[in-house]
Each structure stands twice: as C-alpha cells, then as structure tokens.
Design a protein around this ligand. Structure first.
Ligand SMILES: [Zn+2]
Length: 402
C-alpha cells in the first residue's frame, strides 16, 4: 500500500538548510545540511517519514492530506546535541546561592551523583521521560543524552541503558567528575572509567565524553579515556574550556572528536585548531546565563570559519533549561549571532555535532522532523523570547506535539 502523503502548504517561511532550494523531486538526504536557506510562500510534502518535496506553494504536488500553515513558519526540528537527563534530585538551592554571589564549582555534581545512585530505575526513567517530553514540546526532535551521575560501573551502565530507551545518541560520560570515594586515588578512577565501566557501557552508547577541566580531568587522563572509548567503538566528544583556558579543545581536535562543547575560554591556537578540523564548537549559552559567566565569543569562531552548534546542556546543576528557543534567543542577544546563524546552529549545527546527515535540514530524503511556529519567521524565536511559539512538532512524519 502506498504510504499516506502529507502536504503542508501556505508556509510563510520554510527554513530548509538544504544544499540547494527549489522543487527538487529527488535526493538521498545523505549530503547533510547546507548553509541557512529558506523559501517564502512555500510548501513541503512528507511521505513515509521523509521529506519528499519542498518548494514554492504554487508548484506543490497533490497529497493525501493537506495542512494549511496559514502563513506560519516551518523549520527543521531542533537538534540538541548536549544534554544530561539521567539524574535524580534537583539543585534549586545551589542555583539560588549562586545568584546570591557564590561561584559555580564543578564539585556540585557530587550532590546529583548521590541522589542518582539512591534512585530506582523507575524514578530515573520517569524524570528522563518528563524531560524528553519537555524537549519535544519545545521543538527538539533529536537529542543527545549523557550518563555521568552514576560514576560506578552499575550506575553508569544503567544510566546508559535508560538513555538508550529514549535516544540513539547516547554518550558515556563516566569521566564527568572524580567521585568522592576516589578523591585520594583519581588515577584509580580513570582506570575504572577506561576499563570495567567502559566495557559495561559501550554496548549501549555511541559516544564517549570527558569533562576536561581543572577540578575534573586533565589532558593526559582525558586522552586516555577517549582513546579507550575509541578502541571500544565509541566516537569522542569533549567538555572543553568551560571554566577556564585549558587543553580540552586541542585534545578534542587531536582526538578527531565530533564536537568540543562549551568553548567559553579559547585562545588563538584553540580557534585555529577548530577552524582547520571537522570538530564542531558546540556553544551552550544557557550555562553562561545560569551561572552568570561571560559568554563564548561566537563571532570570533564564526569569523574564523568554525562550525558552530548551539545546545542546551540541560542538567540539574549549571543549566536546567531544556529550551532550544531560549538558547537561540541568548545566542542572538548575548553572543551576537544573527537569527539565521542561531537557528542554523540549533538545527544543522547540532546535526553536524552528532554526525547526522538525516536531521537538521529539510532536504529531500531528510527525516521529516519539522516544527511549525506560531509566527511568520524564524526570527521570532529571538524576537519573542520566552513566548511558547511552537505550534506543532512532527517527528519522522508523525505529529509528536501540538
Ligand atoms: Zn555538559
């Protein structure tokens, strides 16, 4: 039986990020996203969970179902390439204290580790389900999810397994922080992370990540974890240069990491390294917002030709937002990205950071992950900050939220 086709027409602005616009009939969707691109007065046809056609509404083909966008904007679903959703407890008190003047410290993670270890699988799953639903309702159609609040073989393995119930983009982050019981033997903890813990987590993970930062893991320790993860079939990504200058970004590039995340404190050599590599700089402006720290220099990165992604870093400590629209607004207002750059970074950029060619754009053949805004253009995501503008969300062609 022929699959049902859906035509969304009368779209005021259709953001495609497709390599070339127009009413192309064929394509394999494997090229990935191109630069920011949009079509006015447009239509899109979805068939069998994929984008089958995009172009001017006046030239749209017939379809089984027709949805009238009434001039509203349609965009690729957001790709949130950095989130920590497997945890228990909350740290609202820590946030309030920080806003009252206390500095953020990486050790605050330990409070969440204790709560996560004490939680049941069902409690962790329920929290994860709630946050995943929160993301979809705000237009996120692909998200990455890290472990890293278990920090024992058992708790990391179950964190990775729980994440895998919700997304294929699962990251093993045993090297998040040295847990209290290894405080006097950090080398022993690194051996655990790259040994038995990795072996228990690798079968259900795609990525290996390290928090390479003063107070967490140094360059050599981080390199050892990434090498072991790579040998186990995982692909590297790195938490780098968040709290201060350091070796994280260059380690990410040298390791062939898909992404160096945070990139708040960079020197010229870091930027040169990123610009001459395939490693994406993933900026997490919600963190700077929630920790009241200076934002990364997005303009310098973009000017150097670095591929930039935006993600939430949703986590209970340094940034407890799941909202990509908020991060877009912050990127525009605080990091001086244009609305086009910010939307590209939150869609196609996130896809690059996850090495996904099938999402982040609406080229023919791409997965039919789309959002309709209750607004005529993508610019409203920054122009109307804090306003719920996501009118509908489709995932693989199915209506996921309205
Ligand atoms: Zn993070």
């Amino acid at each position: 039986m022929r699959p049902v086709s859906i035509l969304i027409t009368s779209i005021g602005e259709l953001v495609t990020n497709a390599p070339a616009d127009g009413d192309r009939q064929r394509g394999d969707g494997q090229q990935g996203a191109g630069p920011f691109a949009s079509v006015a007065d447009a239509a899109v046809v979805i068939e069998a969970g994929r984008i089958a056609w995009t172009g001017p509404a006046a030239r749209a083909p017939a379809a089984d179902e027709v949805i009238d966008a009434a001039g509203r904007a349609v965009l690729p679903g957001f790709v949130d390439s950095h989130a920590h959703l497997v945890f228990a407890g909350e740290r609202g008190g820590e946030f309030a204290a920080r806003m009252a003047g206390l500095p953020y410290q990486a050790g605050g993670i330990r409070a969440t580790v204790a709560a996560t270890r004490a939680a049941t699988d069902d409690q962790l799953r329920a929290n994860l389900r709630k946050l995943a639903a929160e993301m979809v309702s705000q237009g996120t159609t692909t998200f990455e999810c890290k472990s890293g609040y278990g920090l024992t073989v058992r708790d990391e393995a179950r964190s990775v397994a729980l994440a895998a119930e919700f997304t294929p983009e699962v990251t093993y982050l045993g090297a998040h922080v040295v847990p209290a019981e290894y405080e006097h033997d950090p080398g022993g903890y690194v051996d655990l992370v790259r040994g038995p813990m990795l072996a228990a987590c690798a079968p259900r993970a795609r990525w290996v990540d390290v928090f390479c930062e003063r107070g967490a893991f140094g360059r050599d320790e981080a390199a050892a974890v990434l090498a072991a993860g790579t040998a186990a079939g995982l692909q590297p990504r790195v938490h780098a240069n968040q709290l201060g200058p350091g070796p994280g970004v260059r380690l990410a590039v040298e390791s062939g990491a898909a992404s160096a995340d945070h990139c708040t404190h960079l020197d010229g050599a870091d930027i040169d390294a990123l610009a001459s590599s395939a490693t994406v700089a993933t900026l997490l402006p919600g963190v700077e917002f929630s920790t009241r720290q200076p934002y990364p220099d997005a303009r310098r990165l973009l000017g150097a030709g670095v591929t930039v992604a935006i993600a939430t870093d949703c986590n209970p400590g340094s940034c407890f937002t799941s909202s990509m629209p908020l991060c877009i607004a912050l990127a525009v207002r605080e990091m001086r990205m244009t609305t086009q750059e910010a939307v590209w970074a939150a869609t196609a950029g996130g896809a690059r950071a996850l090495r996904r060619a099938d999402v982040g754009h609406l080229g023919v053949g791409a997965r039919a992950d789309l959002i309709m805004l209750d607004a005529p253009s993508h610019a409203y995501l920054a122009y109307r900050p804090g306003v719920p503008l996501i009118a509908a969300v489709w995932q693989a062609g199915g209506l996921a939220a309205t």
